[in-house]
Design a protein around this ligand. Structure first.
Ligand code: SF4
Ligand code: SF4
Ligand code: SF4
Length: 268
């Protein structure tokens, strides 16, 4: 289990622990103000800093210092973890309300206004009135509706992740591609660490795999490799983030997830 499970998980996965979504926790330590400020300033703050951070990433020493400092702060403020669809659905089942929100990252990185975020336990008539201009489309989702959308996103290869607003309070599930700010900073430039990999890792059963390569296109992390000689694919467990979206395109059901902790020394 990741270090958050040990610290915030009450003996289980931290994101399956009810108290991390509780009203009591939300009302502590200025979380509402923090979240309101975070949402309202996201575009302004990250719009400028993504380009600057990309430049810093090319300076190895400075990059390492920034990464260490930012990681320490992010762990306490806004931290994510990738979750496969089964766990994302269990999280949705634990919620009283789910609100579909505009995606602030894609707005910053591409200018597109799309709605891939799910706010958990959020009262849409509350602080979200201050959400950036494109707040026109806040949408309260029923349980079936949110599950259906999640399945659709999974098929489209979007990676699910959960996010804290002042850790350990969990306030959202995101559904991301490579336009996500977290993807750019964690995976592409490796400048920031603000997201754990999933509690799982993908494995291919070579008795079932026919080498069709469909899963290769689905993986956002470049973890799947095709062997021309063996006519099969393999998953590089050091690269794999354990999102599980490669499974949705495999007609042979050749890919499954195993606990990350079953393997020695895999990164989180
Ligand atoms: S984390 Fe993903 S879904 Fe959430 S705002 Fe960023 S790109 Fe959008
Ligand atoms: S999609 Fe399935 S069968 Fe096709 S290469 Fe990937 S693991 Fe093998
Ligand atoms: S190989 Fe790993 S990272 Fe890539 S899609 Fe599959 S589970 Fe996700």
């Amino acid at each position: 289990m990741c270090e958050f499970c040990t610290r915030h998980g009450e003996g289980q996965k931290w994101y399956l622990t009810m108290s991390n979504y509780s009203r009591e926790l939300w009302e502590q330590k200025g979380r509402e103000d923090f979240t309101e400020h975070f949402m309202a300033r996201f575009e302004e703050q990250y719009g400028k800093s993504v380009a600057t951070l990309d430049r810093i990433a090319n300076k190895p020493v400075l990059g390492r210092i920034v990464r260490r400092m930012v990681t320490r702060r992010q762990k306490t403020e806004h931290w994510g973890q990738i979750v496969p669809i089964e766990d994302a659905e269990r999280i949705l089942d634990m919620q009283d309300s789910v609100v579909r929100l505009p995606c602030v990252c894609r707005q910053v990185t591409t200018g597109r206004q799309e709605r891939y975020c799910f706010g958990l336990g959020i009262d849409p008539s509350g602080f979200l009135g201050e959400y950036p201009d494109y707040s026109h489309s806040l949408e309260v989702l029923g349980k079936d509706e949110s599950r259906k959308l999640l399945r659709l996103f999974d098929k489209q290869g979007l990676v699910h992740s959960i996010w804290t607003f002042k850790t350990p309070y969990i306030g959202g599930i995101c559904n991301c591609d490579q336009d996500c700010v977290a993807y750019r900073l964690n995976v592409k430039s490796k400048l920031m660490k603000n997201m754990f990999r999933a509690e799982y890792v993908g494995l291919v059963d070579w008795d079932l795999c026919n080498g069709c390569k469909k899963c290769l296109l689905q993986c956002q992390f470049g973890a799947i490799h095709h062997s021309v000689t063996m006519k099969r694919v393999t998953i590089d467990t050091m690269q794999c983030y354990g999102c599980g979206v490669c499974r949705t395109v495999c007609d042979k059901e050749a890919i499954r997830l195993k606990a990350r902790t079953d393997f020695a020394r895999l990164p989180w």
